[in-house]
Write a protein that binds this ligand. Sequence first.
Ligand SMILES: [Zn+2]
Length: 188
Amino acid sequence: MLIPIEVSARHIHLSQKDLELLFGTGHQLTIKQTLSQTGEFAAQETIELIGPQNSLSARIVGPTRPHTQVELSYSDCHLLGISAPLRLSGDLAHSASLNLVGPAGQLTLESGVIISKRHLHIDTASALTNHLHNGQIVQTKITGERGGILDQVVVRVSDTFTLALHLDTDEANALGIDSHNHQAELLV
Ligand SMILES: [Zn+2]
C-alpha cells in the first residue's frame, strides 16, 4: 500500500482558555488553510515560543482542543534549549515546558511540549481491509536517493481519518522528502 506523506512543521494546538490569554477575550482563530484530517486547519495566527536559549515562532493548528500542546522537532528543541519527550499526540504527562507569547498576553506552559512520534492516519474501513489496528507499530519505506526505512510508525485508526503518514521536518529532510518524493510504502 502506498501512503501519502505529510510533513508537520512545528505547531501548537491551543485550549480556548490559553487562546484567549494570548490573543484576548473571545478571540476566534482565522483559517489560513484546511488540512487533510477532517476539521483541522492551519490558522493565520502564530505565537512565539520562548525557550532558555532562543525563541521560535509557531503556527497555530485549529480548532481549539481541551489541552494546549506544542509539537516540535529535535532541531527545534536544540535551538530553544529544551528537552522534550517523544510522544503520541495527547500523551502530555510530564512533558516539557515553554513560555508562550501572543499579541495580547503570555503564559508559561508547565507541560505540553512534545516531539510527535511518527504516525500513520487511516480510516477504519481501510484499516480493516489492510489488517491494521489502532496502536499497531509498522515500518514504512521511502524511496529516492536519500530514502530509507522508518521503524516505529504508530498506526492511528479513526472513522474520520484520511490516509497519511505524518513526519516532522527533521525526518522529512533526512529522507529527502519533497513534492516529487512524497509517498511511502507500507511494510508490515
Ligand atoms: Zn497526525
